[in-house]
Design a protein around this ligand. Structure first.
Ligand code: PLP
Length: 350
């Protein structure tokens, strides 16, 4: 299996990734939602451009350096960074980025807003700032519609900034709650005389219910391009929809019920996403990826049936973190190797 590829390797099947891009773009088109894919899943400018070509309005990045890597070669002109950006070094880089693309960012507190305003005061175009809202996921975000309205008012009054709307990373299954929360926030903000142009929602677990938050104007989604074991286990997609797999070689078969492969947490990562085991061996649902150390992966099954040197493909629990582990991915179409692609935004976490 892919005998020309050294292992461990991360394979990306372009046929599957392109089908995933097309299928969800069509879903958004059908429901009148703009699509703004989160590139933290693939970190590849070539796939970001494929997403734009299919109809996305722009991309989402989590970090400034990630955005810089994505726009470096041109072809991407609209970026939302969904992270509180703190510190003069970073906000100055944001200003440079804003000269190249239509840039928007989020904030959930005044320390961030003040820093953004200092960097953008006197800028040719004000920076669009969305208020990040905690609609139940309990990460960042203001915790009530009233708090969203008061931060919106403060952003509106700041030099160099424009209040552009609201953003949330929703709780899984929380569509009705997000809809009610955002509807209330819009009402309170409009009562203050401000416009809410953008309402940005999104995540792959709720992808087929994106339209249930009808107040949203755009959907941000990352994992859908590759998919992974977590989404299959949730019933969102099937194994055939998984574009990213890890190619591994069996290096030891110490017992009838156990084999060891040449990759551990440094490829598959220790991100379990709440699942039992660290991946799914394609074609062998009876196998458990039972334990990982840094470079070893231990597979167990009643009868493991492997021999040393045999190769297998694993769908990881969480594709996005695996993308950040190796310098390049191997592009394939079904059983044909297309080439290797450097992961341009790998390690861009500042
Ligand atoms: C701010 C934000 N938006 C969108 C997403 C996309 O989520 P998913 O990978 O589930 O599509 C994430 C995921 O971490 C996120 O943090």
């Amino acid at each position: 299996m892919f005998s020309d590829v050294d292992t461990p390797a991360v394979l990306v099947d372009l046929d599957v990734a392109e089908a995933n891009i097309g299928r969800f773009q069509e879903h958004c088109n059908t429901h009148g939602l703009k699509l703004r894919p989160h590139i933290k899943t693939h970190k590849l400018p070539m796939l970001a451009k494929a997403q734009m070509k299919a109809g996305a309005i722009g991309i989402t990045c989590q970090k400034v350096s990630e955005a810089e890597a994505m726009v470096a070669e041109g072809g991407i002109d609209d970026v939302l960074i969904t992270f509180n950006i703190l510190g003069a070094e970073k906000t100055q880089r944001l200003r440079a980025l804003a000269n190249r693309v239509r840039l928007s960012v989020v904030a959930d507190n005044m320390t961030v807003v003040d820093g953004l305003s200092t960097a953008f005061a006197g800028a040719e175009r004000p920076l669009d700032v969305l208020v990040e809202c905690d609609t139940g996921a309990a990460r960042c975000g203001v915790t009530s519609p009233e708090a969203a309205a008061s931060l919106a008012g403060l952003i509106h009054g700041k030099p160099g900034l424009r209040f552009a709307g609201l953003m949330t990373y929703p709780p899984v299954g929380g569509e009705a709650h997000v809809q009610a929360w955002m509807t209330q926030a819009v009402a309170v903000i409009e009562a203050r005389g401000l416009r809410v142009d953008v309402i940005s929602n999104g995540g792959s677990p709720g992808m087929w219910r994106a339209q249930d938050v009808s107040v949203a104007t755009e959907y941000r989604i990352g994992t859908y391009i590759y998919n992974d074991r977590s989404l299959v286990e949730r019933g969102v997609v099937t194994w055939d929809d998984c574009a990213l797999t890890v190619l591994a070689t069996v290096i030891s078969v110490p017992a009838k019920d156990r084999a060891v492969i040449d990759c551990g947490t440094k490829v598959l990562t220790s991100d379990l996403l709440g699942l039992d085991g660290s991946g799914h061996v394609l074609g062998r649902p009876d196998i458990k990826v039972a334990a990982l150390s840094e470079e070893h992966g231990v597979l167990t099954a009643e009868s493991i049936g492997f021999s040393v040197g045999q190769r297998l493909r694993i769908v990881p629990n969480h594709a996005c973190v695996v993308s950040n582990m190796l310098d390049e991915v191997v592009l394939v179409r079904n059983e044909t190797i297309i080439g290797a692609e450097p992961v341009a935004a790998r390690g861009k976490v500042w």
